[in-house]
Design a binder for this molecule. Structure first.
Ligand code: ATP
Ligand code: MG
Length: 302
């Protein structure tokens, strides 16, 4: 499914979907904060029906990258295109108008309000003509219920305060909300960072569900395993530049992990740890192991 229907409930979307080209594209994009160069020369392509993973260590520039795309910051070098046209957003509202929605880790929810109220927060449905216009509570509940179910999210009770849901469930509600309000591009900033294994799995499932709904997903994470489970493309940032940009199939999980870990740095760390008494480094891999090609087949042919 590529065409995702136009403006079904579209409070956000104003543009028709791009034909088949990238939804979002960065070409040699960069960002300096004063004289700190946080990002430099980054190429990134986001397409419908694909999960583009952005990986990198702390300070690698991941947040800076998504802040450009989500309209929080402007790039200071290179190009930023949406639907093939150069853009420069003044605020997140501009990004939203192009169908680019961001789910931040500290979800903007009101913990004591019911799930359905949070689903419509800031975009409440109303009914009846002015001046007797009222909140369409039944409509909002029914829609929230349907949308969550459509994404395969089953909650016992939409009346429960959203604060009582687990972190993973709240991420899922936020994903369903973005889908409902017509997002074409969904940016998730470390949605699994604070979650345990099981809950991370649930969130990964809905990342895949968002892709099936035709969205282009940008999934920011520290975790190569999580990225590898759902990713179609992997971009690894290191000190503000792209260290790796590879499609699924061009890279193995081991290689991805190695790029994330920085083989040489791990070797140095192992060396340092070896000096500390009480730390057993015997079981840790050597730098050579980390940089060795993965899955070497025994039958060498020449
Ligand atoms: N507003 C700012 N002003 C000055 N420097 C900044 C600002 N925001 C980020 N930086 C710097 O830019 C670099 C990249 O930061 P960024 O937050 O994009 O990294 P990150 O990959 O998201 O890291 P983390 O995993 O810790 O969230 C860092 O060196 C950071 O100190
Ligand atoms: Mg960050």
């Amino acid at each position: 499914m590529t065409d995702h229907g136009t403006g079904t409930h579209g409070a956000v979307r104003t543009d028709a979907p791009a034909a088949d080209g990238p939804l979002v594209e960065l070409r040699g994009a960069g960002k300096s904060y004063g004289n700190i160069r946080a990002l430099h020369g980054v190429d990134l392509t986001v397409r419908a029906n694909r999960v583009t993973c952005v990986l990198g260590d702390n300070g690698a520039g991941k947040s800076t990258l998504i802040k450009i795309i989500s309209g929080l910051h402007q790039h200071t070098e290179g190009e930023f295109l949406v639907d093939g046209r150069p853009v420069r957003f003044g605020s997140p509202r501009d990004a939203l108008a192009k169908g680019i929605a961001t789910v931040y880790q500290d979800l903007a929810t009101v913990p004591l309000m019911p799930v359905w109220r949070n689903f419509f927060l800031g975009s409440e449905l109303t009914r009846g003509p002015w001046p007797v216009r009222r909140l369409d509570i039944a409509g909002m509940k029914a829609t929230a219920d349907r949308e969550l179910r459509d994404m395969g999210i089953v909650l016992d009770d939409l009346e429960q305060p959203i604060g009582t849901l687990s972190g993973g469930q709240r991420q899922c509600v936020a994903i369903a909300r973005a889908v409902h309000f017509g997002a074409r591009v969904l940016i998730l900033d470390e949605p699994t960072a604070a979650l345990g294994v099981k809950q991370s799995g649930v969130v990964l499932k809905y990342i895949a569900a968002a892709r099936e709904r035709g969205l282009g997903v940008i999934f920011i994470t520290h975790n190569p395993h999580h990225a590898f489970m759902v990713g179609d493309h992997f971009s690894v940032l290191r000190l503000g530049t792209l260290e790796l940009s590879a499609d699924r199939g061009e890279v193995s999980l081991d290689e991805l992990t190695n790029h994330m870990a920085g083989g040489a740095e791990l070797a140095a760390l192992k060396h340092e740890l070896a000096q500390v008494s009480g730390v057993d480094v015997a079981g840790l891999p050597e730098a050579g192991d980390l940089t060795a090609p993965v899955a070497t087949s025994p039958e060498g042919n020449t």
